[in-house]
Design a protein around this ligand. Sequence first.
Ligand code: F6R
Length: 369
Amino acid sequence: EKGSFRHFMEKEVHEQPESCQRTFSAYLDPVAQSVRADIKAGIDFSKITRLQIIACGTAYYAGSIARYAFEKIAGLPVDVEVASEFRYRTPAMTPGTLAIAVSQSGETADTLAALRWCKDQGLMTAAVVNVHTSTMAREADLLWPTHAGPEIGVASTKAFTAQLSALLSLVVCAAAQRGRITKAQEAHYVQTLLESPGLIAEALGMNADIVRMTYELSKARDVIYLGRGDMYPLALEGALKLKEISYIHAEGYAAGELKHGPIALIDEKTPVVVIAPDDDLFEKTASNVQEVAARGGRVIMITNVPGKVPTLSGDAAKSLKVIKAPDCDPFIAALVYSVPIQLLAYHTAVHKGTDVDQPRNLAKSVTVE
Ligand code: F6R
């Protein structure tokens, strides 16, 4: 039941400290400060040469975020593809590839077909699923469950962050098994992951600021989301969430792509949401903010370092709004910044008065293609 919340989506957004914590408990050992022994016993990432992640929609963005970490921290090459393309294009697979289907329901027709195709090719398969009795859970060689609990809202929120929690835990497992990190580094990554539920709870405190900002957003016809690194797929997820529940047209772009086309869209009527945590790429993203503001664009910047946001003058300064996010390690930024992204979509939809939990034309589980 919804309790004191207006919608299941709102409730599920607020459940994320617990749902991520539950998921981490299945993968991480807080006493040993390592990946759990049963997880390590189930897979040997040192024998794996490549990951092929296949998923649809929000699950695809979770896989896309995980890709950055698998490559950077575990040195493991990763391909990520939407299942509907993958299954029909005869991809060339290499031996030693582990295919990972990511799915809340475990029943999505395209993802299931892609998983079956990989199995037929003789590849090892794994399923990161929230419904543990689902078809994908049964058919994959390896089951990596998420523990979000039942997700009622059609727009995925807590299942998404549970997927990130599981996948980032597996990144640490892979990095350890592949000899990319020391025991001490493994302990550090595990500790960082285990701190994220607390930071997600802190991020929920951004709610009031976001309510204020979304009134204006709800009047927009188009919204652009920008991010760099793993904030780029999070920008895509932000745009998807807004489209799904507010019916406002939204597009996510890699911030560096701005000048290769999308900058032509910038005007005073098109809000630009910039996701910019304090990491190696912050300065680059901040310069994109200046480019947008200089062209009259209205920027909503989500960052933990508001003090580092470029000072703008005149109208540009007035059009810049900054939402302060909690400080966090870049390794878990996608988890923490998921919260403001979800709240932005949620409150915009509430201002518009749409049916948040049952958006038009959408189904919770897409079992036909
Ligand atoms: C977005 C959303 C969809 C699903 C997609 C995959 O909010 O809910 O994009 O993520 O249909 O569904 P699952 O994860 O069940 O395979």
